[in-house]
Design a protein around this ligand. Structure first.
Ligand SMILES: Cc1ncc(COP(=O)(O)O)c(C=O)c1O
Length: 410
């Protein structure tokens, strides 16, 4: 076998993987039509509401409220279930910053709980010990598009009278026990930011099956108005978080490709797992039986350095990239180690209540291990390739494993 590309050998692959977003003239036409309709805002047009209904149907929700982005969707979802000053919300520490920021932006406090090392989702076995009299809600993340263990989380939420808010920013189309994620708990929020499997540049949606929460979320997204249709009637403090019709148009056309893309990601994800798991030192994250559909926003596997001559994850990712495989080391530090938490740099959201919380003293072993040593990701567009593209990934990993002694050399 030739040398690693890191050491001047030929790369396994020199052609790029599919890029994202995928678009055609149809998207441009739909946005153009929205422009030419003269109805650019969702209060006068029909595109955003049509998309909200379609997406809500797909996820088995009775209410869908489109908003400006996923962070806002989570903030409003948390506000709708009543999270306010001093309320604790249990979140994983292996997630994007917005999960925790949304809690702080409601004047609440994110309480970090470790992940299950097999799935990288919030570990239900550790949740109860983190509950205090201040706990108001649980907010699991369906990380990478893999539904969290909702049966156990719902049972804990019910037992302790807590709200359950789903962070579905990475989980478009994901299903738990044949139910779409988002409205399984009380309420959930999705993101349509550029990297997401459904993308409008920016955007988000709140889903729920609870009529009261649905109306409240709608009001919170729309300046505190009610559903009585009165323009100058404002019933609660709320901003304008509405989505534009241009985004609505783009989301509608993307929906036409969504099922086919989701199926392709699924098939390629399964194929990769079948082959990568055979390589010593590589363990793809598992898909538990309660997962009826994995959204595969990311393909995630665990790297064991001992099987690769002790080389660090960083070095392994470097080697994969040199072979032409766009691997990512993922979240590089646990969320609680971000400067914003270490310094409690919460701006106008800073409060006396934060005095009791020392984020810098936290150490969640599985999250640390995922960040520092184990987790390797491919983004979703890599899974939109052909089987031969997946074979290249497998060949590159196998090559690095075989020539592992070279990883140590500089
Ligand atoms: C887990 C998670 N939560 C929340 C968000 C926030 O979404 P947005 O970037 O649309 O605000 C993202 C992604 O960006 C995310 O990955």
């Amino acid at each position: 076998m030739p040398h690693l590309a890191l050491h001047g050998g030929p790369a396994v692959r020199t052609t790029p993987f599919p890029s994202w977003p995928i678009y055609t003239e149809t998207d441009a036409k739909a946005v153009g039509e929205a422009v030419l309709s003269g109805k650019w805002g969702c209060m006068s047009g029909e595109r955003v509401s049509a998309f909200a209904n379609r997406f809500a149907d797909m996820q088995h929700a009775s209410h869908g409220v489109c908003v400006t982005n996923g962070t806002t969707a989570l903030v409003l979802a948390l506000q709708a279930v009543g999270v306010g000053p001093g309320d604790e919300v249990i979140v994983p520490a292996y997630t994007f910053i917005a999960t925790a920021n949304a809690v702080l932006m409601c004047n609440g406090i994110p309480v970090y709980v470790d992940i299950d090392p097999e799935t990288y989702n919030l570990d239900p076995a550790l949740v109860e010990q983190a509950i205090t009299p201040r706990t108001k809600a649980l907010m699991p993340v369906h990380f990478a598009g893999l539904p969290a263990d909702m049966e156990k989380l719902l049972a804990i939420a019910r037992k302790h009278g807590l709200a359950l808010v789903e962070d579905c920013a990475q989980a478009h189309g994901a299903q738990w026990n044949r139910r779409g994620v988002g409205p399984i708990g009380d309420i959930g929020g999705f993101s349509f930011q550029s990297s997401k499997n459904l993308n409008a540049g920016e955007g988000g949606i709140i889903l729920t099956n609870d009529d009261k929460l649905g109306k409240l979320a709608d009001s919170l997204a729309n300046c505190g108005r009610s559903d009585d249709g009165v323009w100058y009637g404002h019933y609660r403090l709320a901003g304008n978080h509405r989505m534009t019709e241009l985004q609505g148009a783009l989301l509608m056309t993307q929906m036409e490709r969504f099922e086919e893309q989701t199926n392709r990601r699924h098939e390629n994800g399964e194929y990769l797992t079948e082959h990568l798991r055979k390589i010593d030192g590589i363990r793809p994250c598992i898909t538990p039986a309660y997962v009826s559909r994995h959204a595969r926003h990311l393909y995630v596997f665990r790297y064991r350095s001992e099987a690769f001559g002790g080389a660090s994850k960083t070095r392994f990712v470097e080697a994969l990239r040199a072979e032409g495989i766009p691997a990512s080391p993922g979240y590089s530090i646990p969320l609680y180690k971000q400067p914003v938490f270490m310094l409690k740099n919460f701006g106008s959201f800073a409060s006396e209540l934060h005095r009791d919380y020392d984020f810098g003293a936290l150490y969640l072993p599985e999250t640390e291990r995922a960040c520092n040593d184990e987790a390797v990701w491919f983004t979703q567009s890599v899974l939109l390739g052909e089987k031969s593209d997946m074979d290249d990934i497998v060949r590159a990993v196998a090559k690095i494993r075989e020539r592992r002694q070279e990883l140590a050399e500089r």
